[in-house]
Design a protein around this ligand. Structure first.
Ligand code: ATP
Length: 589
């Protein structure tokens, strides 16, 4: 099952579980939330006082036409103060809650990003980058809305409803029961609305994420897209997704406009009619007028918050789905650590025994590999396309776990090295070098504490110092997106400087010389040879001249290790794969 489908299934299962996520992110501010709850209870109490004061005013002074200016002024003042204080408390709590929401979203986003950074590489094989970006940014922002609605509007409205019901029960419990029927009726309407609109809400969300993914995909592959004349097709595909998104949103809003609002209004009117009818059937005494007034006020106070809760239900549902997606991303397993504290790579001797691996366990890519790499030696890996060279490197880099066999470094299991110790001791020059939109220096240090001299030494060793110092601001020139143009070959050299700057014990190179000219390649291979005895170098090379001087060259074929030896030894193997590869390359040149 693709990861996106698995995630969708998880979302379907437990949308309400997302509330747990919300609480968790707010944990450091629990005290503020409890205080907020107490203030909201107080505000609701003050607000519930209003109709009781009015009832008293009507029944004691207005109805009997008993004008006691002092007492009346006191009552009116109390009315004014209670409603004013209630509004102020609400306003204060709303701003405070918004602060909690902002900080919680910040924490959540940091947590999600840290989690994504810790996910195993296998996760990214099937994840869609645009969707992931959308999780970290849009979805965690949607959780912000969830805070303001669940924690504030819903809580505040529920407290007001509860306060009003209690006040009504105190005034006349039978009439209160009639008003209380409103609550289950509303719940039923909400449930119906949810059933009708949920598919549209989920679809709108998925489509929005698709739109993001398409956008990210086309930006990343713009050159290919334009070169293949696919701009129009992509435009049309984008339009289809956009239209589908609009349709889903309209369906959602229609359910709101045609079902929710009219049903709520009808309920309100029915309730008023019932209560007024209830009063009509009683003996009307002078006292009942104040009671009627109080009840009508309370009904308005109950209906309005309930409408508030329901009207925001659509948005709330969207936020819940977003929170559920964030949650399911957070539940993606981070590779379990088998690290043993204190284990560190000192010499860099690698031993591979009976190693077998397949991305899909049924289809092995590497089969029963055995290999001994002495510390400080230089190993070349060659083989046809798809023979498993990069896969072997990925296993050595701990991006994946082999299904059987084992890899040890300096006699310790590969998985036993703590992450930091492992990454510090290992350097990688990948097949597709990646530059950040940052200065050349930052691209080399990658946030590590590396002195300016060490940066220059690494750049010199990677034969890229002349190029970097010749840039307009030297090592401080911004490279990558929006910065100076850097050729693919230069990117490879910068990636090499980055790897060397960390003073690794082991250096992995994945076709690091395929895009540089022969003269530079010559100096790079010299640099690799110069590392001999100090750094274990494992280099995959299509350009065989890079690894000609290697201590050991291994040849992979369909995941099997079929030849091994020094260049001369392998060349002596008539009809061998290595010999053929060298001859073919000589012909090409
Ligand atoms: N992430 C992945 N998920 C599934 N299969 C993969 C993945 N990466 C590689 N493969 C498959 O594993 C096999 C070996 O690929 P690998 O990249 O290791 O070959 P290679 O020898 O490095 O090839 P090349 O010289 O073209 O880089 C190929 O059949 C490839 O399709």
């Amino acid at each position: 099952m693709r990861k996106t489908e698995a995630t969708a299934a998880a979302e379907k299962e437990r949308p309400w579980a997302a509330v747990g996520l919300l609480m968790e992110a707010a944990t450091p501010e629990k005290a503020t939330l409890w205080r907020g709850l107490i203030w909201l209870l107080l505000a609701a109490g003050l607000e519930a006082l209003g109709p009781i004061i009015s009832k008293h005013f009507i029944d004691t002074y207005l109805q009997p036409r008993h004008f006691d200016a002092g007492a009346m002024a006191q009552l009116l003042l109390a009315l004014l103060l209670s409603s004013w204080a209630s509004s102020w408390i609400r306003f204060g709590q709303l701003s405070r809650m918004a602060g909690v929401a902002r900080r919680s979203v910040l924490r959540l986003r940091e947590k999600v990003y840290a989690h994504v950074l810790a996910l195993p590489m296998s996760y990214f094989d099937s994840a869609i980058t645009g969707q992931l970006v959308s999780r970290v940014t849009n979805d965690s922002e949607a959780v912000n809305t969830l805070y303001r609605q669940v924690l504030y509007v819903m809580l505040d409205s529920s407290i007001v409803v509860l306060g009003s019901l209690i006040a009504m029960a105190w005034l006349d419990w039978r009439l209160m029961l009639i008003v209380a029927t409103l609550v289950p009726a509303m719940v039923m309407i909400i449930a119906l609305y949810q059933r009708l609109s949920a598919p549209a809400v989920a679809r709108a969300r998925q489509l929005r994420s698709d739109i993001n993914a398409q956008m990210a995909e086309s930006m990343a592959g713009m050159a290919m897209l334009q070169a293949a004349g696919a701009a129009q097709r992509f435009g049309a595909r984008f339009e289809r997704s956009n239209q589908a998104h609009l349709k889903a949103r309209v369906a959602e809003l229609s359910a709101n406009a045609w079902l929710l609002r009219p049903a709520l209004d009808l309920l309100n009117v029915l309730l008023l009619v019932t209560v007024i009818y209830g009063f009509g059937r009683r003996e009307v005494s002078g006292l009942e007028v104040g009671l009627l007034f109080a009840f009508l006020s309370y009904i308005a106070r109950v209906v309005e918050p309930l409408i508030q809760i329901t009207m925001q239900f659509g948005q709330l549902q969207q936020s819940m789905i977003a929170a559920a997606r964030v949650r399911s991303l957070l539940q993606e397993n981070v590779a379990p650590s088998q690290a043993v504290a204190g284990h560190a790579i000192s010499a860099g001797a690698i031993k591979i025994e009976h190693l077998s691996f397949g991305y899909d366990a049924q289809r092995p890519v590497l089969r029963e590999l055995d290999l001994d790499i002495e510390a400080g030696s230089f190993i070349g890996i060659v083989g046809h396309t798809g023979s498993g060279k990069s896969t072997l490197l990925s296993l050595l880099l701990r991006f994946y776990r082999a299904q059987s066999g084992q890899i040890t470094i300096d006699g310790q299991a590969l998985a036993s090295f703590p992450d930091e110790a492992f990454r510090a001791a290992v350097g990688l020059v990948p097949q597709e070098p990646y530059l950040m939109a940052a200065s050349a220096r930052e691209n080399i240090t990658m946030g590590r504490q590396i002195s300016a001299d060490a940066v220059i030494a690494a750049a010199k060793a990677a034969r890229v110092h002349d190029f970097l110092s010749g840039l307009p601001q030297g090592y401080d020139t911004v490279l990558g997106e929006g910065g100076a143009r850097v050729s693919t070959g230069q990117k490879q050299l910068i990636a090499m400087a980055r790897a060397l700057a960390g003073s690794p014990r082991i250096l992995f190179l994945d076709e690091a010389t395929s895009n540089i000219d022969s003269a530079t390649e010559q100096t790079v291979s010299e640099a690799l040879i110069a590392l001999r005895g100090r750094v274990t170098v494992v280099a995959i090379a299509h350009r065989l001249s890079t690894i000609r001087e290697a201590d050991q060259i291994i040849v992979l074929n369909h995941g099997h290790l079929v030849e091994r030896g020094r260049h001369q030894e392998l060349m002596a193997h008539a009809g061998g794969i290595y010999q053929r590869l060298v001859q073919l390359q000589a012909l090409e040149e």
